[in-house]
Design a protein. Structure first.
Length: 420
């Protein structure tokens, strides 16, 4: 049956349209504007804005967290370290109760390199020994490739393995541990990074880099990286580093919410918003109210100036959060909710609300080659969010969520059941 969303303000991922009607049939948008079919099921969106489903361009996730993300209108998460690669996600792709996902698999890093320093020595991820994991938590598929590399030859050899096990893009860790309070961490050298990036490009793979410092950013850009999964936070921006990033054509996922958390700034203000508190379980509320806290000497003002300087120089800015698991020592961010917080930070940096919305919709879709989503247009996936108010002028209105659709299925916002 056709669903007609009528009387909506429509932000199509780039701009506000004159049209006020969108038609859905099955998992696709069939028309924007035009006449209503006589038998259409009507959704009256008066007073609300229809948007593409949001995209979080930096997470570490699992089915439970994908379900949480969907509650906040995030219909796609892009994993930057994890197991949700192409061969391991059929249970996600066909499940309209969770956000869709793409994944790098595991990032190329030296033995003992980032992110090993983030976890206590006695930390055990996943269920305790002997416990039965929840259905779908450990899908069948090839074992994960652990791409530990210390030489150019090793980095090059890992690329076809990552491609073969279903990575959607290739990630490189370029981190000496200084921001995380572990200076001297083993780190990829320039020759190894150069060789790995070049090999990935020969396989037509998008490359992204974890880089939290200006020096690591420079290394990644000089290697020809396609995108930066973080924004440097150790120094104020300079004309030189801004010009270097802009001239390369690389995109940037600033993850301002993560940088703030590294400085000890919690997500407590977001957690206090009833539109968030009503949807987050207790463990995620505790996590959001906490912070990483490894880099208190950092300046959030400098980070925001960097975001605006990069944007003004023509760099594509993408919304990402680095949300992972509900643990206080990985705090300050939460799946779904922090996407809205990140858009608020982008506006605080000086982007317009429309520019912030593009950073969470059409821009990540374009840069990650997701040609079937990120916009409201005929023929695309019916991944949509309907919010009360007008987030194209007041970015906080994105949290006024009235409805979410994933592949044309309307999500019941308690996360339990869905309806067409």
């Amino acid at each position: 049956m056709t669903t007609a969303i009528i009387n909506a303000r429509i932000f199509d991922g780039a701009e506000v349209l004159d049209a006020t009607t969108v038609l859905l049939d099955g998992d696709r948008i069939t028309a924007v504007g035009g006449e209503l079919p006589g038998d259409a099921a009507i959704v009256d969106a008066k007073g609300a804005t229809l948007l593409p489903g949001l995209i979080d361009a930096h997470v570490h996730t699992n089915p439970a967290n994908l379900a949480l993300a969907l509650q906040f209108g995030v219909t796609t998460e892009l994993e930057m370290q994890g197991t949700n690669t192409r061969h391991n996600r059929a249970h996600i792709t066909e499940n309209d109760m969770v956000a869709d996902v793409r994944s790098s698999g595991f990032g190329i890093t030296p033995p003992g390199g980032h992110p090993s320093e983030l976890f206590p020595k006695d930390f055990r991820p996943g269920p305790p020994p002997g416990a039965t994991p929840p259905p779908g938590a450990r899908p069948a598929g090839p074992p994960p490739v652990m791409p530990f590399a210390t030489t150019p030859e090793q980095a090059v050899a890992f690329i076809p393995q990552l491609v073969g096990t279903g990575s959607d893009y290739i990630k490189f860790m370029v981190d000496d541990g200084s921001v995380e309070g572990h200076p001297g961490l083993p780190m990829l050298d320039q020759a190894t990074l150069d060789a790995g990036v070049a090999a990935a490009r020969r396989h037509d793979m998008l490359t992204v880099a974890h880089a939290l410092t200006v020096d690591a950013t420079r290394m990644a850009i000089e290697a020809g990286i396609g995108g930066l999964a973080h924004l440097f936070m150790d120094r104020p921006p300079t004309d030189e580093i801004i010009a270097l990033v802009a001239g390369s054509g690389a995109f940037v996922v600033p993850c301002v919410v993560l940088n703030a958390s590294m400085m000890g700034i919690t997500g407590g203000e977001l957690a206090a918003d009833p539109r968030v508190a009503s949807r987050l379980p207790d463990d995620w509320m505790s996590t959001l109210r906490s912070s990483f806290g490894h880099y208190p000497q950092g300046s959030l003002t400098d980070v925001l100036v960097s975001v605006k300087s990069l944007h003004d120089a023509g760099v594509d800015i993408l919304v990402g959060t680095d949300a992972s698991v509900a643990l206080p020592f990985l705090g300050g961010v939460a799946h779904g909710a922090s996407v809205h917080h990140e858009m608020q930070y982008l506006v605080r940096a000086g982007l317009t609300p429309v520019q912030a919305l593009r950073a969470a919709t059409s821009t990540p879709a374009r840069r990650f080659r997701l040609d079937d989503r990120g916009r409201v247009a005929a023929g695309l996936r019916a991944d949509l969010m309907l919010v009360d108010g007008d987030p194209t002028t007041t970015i906080g209105d994105t949290l006024n969520i009235r409805a979410v659709w994933r592949r044309g299925t309307r999500v019941v916002l308690d996360g339990i059941t869905t309806e067409r």
